[in-house]
Design a protein around this ligand. Structure first.
Ligand code: XMP
Length: 508
């Protein structure tokens, strides 16, 4: 089945990805396209509707981000922020630079009855712009203003062109979803054909087409992404799939056993396990640089797949759980490299296996929905994300078996206490990291000179931004006391309060 498509043209806005997610949440498939590639994309993919995103630049500056207005054709178009200004600027309205940046919550004034913005129950909107539209192009009606913004919304219903100066995609605009919904269903008359079941049937066809009669090696970690990939492959080409679990010694306490059990008992009995503790620890010896560690770990995985097992020699493909945000990030010209996620660009150039990424169109919450639809157990589908390089990026400095033991034990206590105290709700990830400094302490009248553990728990919607979870102080004190008393080698416990940005979720 062919999906209908809404293309979101990215003019560099900080919320563009969120627009795509909101559209998909409403059941319509959506893709994000950088403005530089928009004309070609529209010609090729013929989207059913277009949304023009916000952006940090000004339409008035030379070489401002733009697309060919003719490429929009007669499709319904919704311009948001810079997108609204772009429409005004290119269709004959007037855009002016503003003396002051309008940023934050604003109330819309009276709204034109029957207009798109009149559907909002709440007139509160989130603004974040410098330039503003002074007058709408001919054929457009101004449908809302704010005290300082003369064109907060405009529309030309005959041509199905709509624009809002505010951001309907953010939660700070409480009725923003009503606008997106009406645009998709009342104006663009879309079907809403983006469901987990449709994704599974489309992707099954896609996998069969890509793979033909070849064999696929599916690397599993027990995490939700690789488990969903394994389930999809089992659904599409079970006889051609080998699931491989590399036990590299960098997993959480008890996790290797859990993964084995889960796969063998519940859904993929032919799991191949490669024991590789010595291999990984050997290569990581003396290595302290985070990027070097990631590179080694990524590379050693491939060594396991291509060189350690003769049974895998006739496999042509390596299936990976790369998700849409990683695809967007690696395809963007502007995003700078923060970390080499080893399932994204960190594979060695000598690798023989061809990569296949059946989840490359999905956001994390969509992966979970697909997992549920495929019948994966809740403790897999709702599992916290865990980084591919495992504890390797949670142990600062050298990774040794002894330091892995310390971090595993502290991590176990932290998460056990979270469970016992019923504090799991709202946590995206929680873990312990080990720092590579030492500090002085005192225990049983003896001086200690040992390492600190950092506890980190964050709330997040998609790992792009995150903030620290607010635990009761007594809870943190209790966990700290247990760790210092029970985990040999630790004499101090810290709680990380930093948001992402400016920090990241992992410490390395
Ligand atoms: P950061 O630390 O960049 O993490 O805020 C964002 C999300 O990605 C996970 N993460 C990784 N996942 N390979 C992965 O598969 C990696 O190398 C990697 N590094 C970070 C992290 O746990 C968080 O969910």
């Amino acid at each position: 089945m062919e999906h209908q498509l809404v293309s979101v043209i990215d003019f560099g806005g900080q919320y563009t990805q969120l627009i795509v997610r909101r559209v998909r949440e409403l059941g319509v498939y959506s893709e994000m396209v950088p403005w530089q590639k928009a004309d070609e994309h529209i010609r090729e993919k013929q989207p059913d509707a277009i949304i023009l995103s916000g952006g940090p630049r000004s339409n008035l500056e030379p070489n401002a981000p733009t697309i060919d207005p003719a490429s929009l054709g007669d499709r319904p178009v919704l311009g948001i922020c810079y997108g609204l200004q772009w429409m005004a600027h290119h269709l004959g309205g007037k855009v002016i630079p503003s003396d002051e940046r309008e940023y934050g919550k604003r109330h819309l004034g009276p709204r034109e009855p029957g207009s798109l913005v009149s559907l909002m129950d709440n007139d509160l909107v989130w603004m974040s712009h410098g330039d503003q539209v002074l007058s709408a192009p001919a054929g457009f009606t101004v449908t809302a203003k704010t005290e300082t913004c003369p064109v907060a919304a405009m529309e030309n219903t005959n041509e199905r062109r709509y624009g809002v100066q505010f951001h309907p995609e953010v939660t700070h605009t409480p009725s923003g979803k009503a606008i997106l919904k009406s645009f998709l269903f009342d104006i663009a008359k879309l079907r809403g054909d983006w469901t987990a079941a449709n994704f599974i049937s489309d992707t099954t066809d896609w996998i069969r087409e890509q793979v033909g009669d070849k064999k696929v090696l599916c690397a599993v970690s027990g995490g939700v992404d690789s488990s969903v990939v394994a389930a999809l492959l089992s659904h599409a080409i079970a006889d051609q799939t080998t699931c491989v679990f590399v036990d590299h010694g960098l997993l959480r306490k008890g996790e290797a056993e859990q993964v084995r059990q889960m796969f063998t008992e519940t859904f993929h009995p032919n799991l191949m396990v490669i024991e590789a503790h010595d291999q990984f620890f050997g290569k990581l010896q003396g290595v302290t640089d985070p990027e070097a560690k990631r590179k080694i770990i990524g590379e050693e995985f491939v060594v396991c797949f291509e060189r350690n097992k003769a049974e895998l020699a006739d496999h042509d493909f390596l299936a990976q759980g790369t998700l849409y945000p990683d695809v967007i990030e690696s395809g963007s010209d502007t995003a700078s490299k923060i970390k080499t996620h080893h399932n994204v660009g960190g594979l060695p150039d000598w690798m023989r296996l061809k990569v296949i990424e059946p989840l490359r169109w999905l956001f994390k919450d969509e992966v979970r929905a697909v997992g549920r639809e495929l019948g994966l157990p809740p403790d897999v589908v709702d599992r916290e994300p865990f980084p591919g390089p495992g504890l390797g990026v949670r142990i600062l400095g050298e990774v040794t078996p002894e330091r892995v033991r310390i971090v595993q034990d502290a991590d176990w206590i932290f998460r056990e206490e979270i469970r016992k105290h019923n504090l799991k709700e709202g946590i995206w990830q929680s873990y312990a990291a080990l720092l590579d400094v030492r500090s002085v302490g005192v225990m049983g009248d003896e001086r200690t000179y040992e390492q600190p553990i950092v506890l980190r728990a964050v709330a997040s919607e998609d790992a792009m931004t995150a903030h620290a979870v607010e635990f009761p102080f007594t809870f943190l004190e209790h966990v700290a006391s247990r760790i210092v008393n029970e985990v040999k080698g630790v004499n101090r416990v810290l709680y990380d309060l930093t948001s992402k940005p400016p920090a990241t979720i992992e410490w390395e």
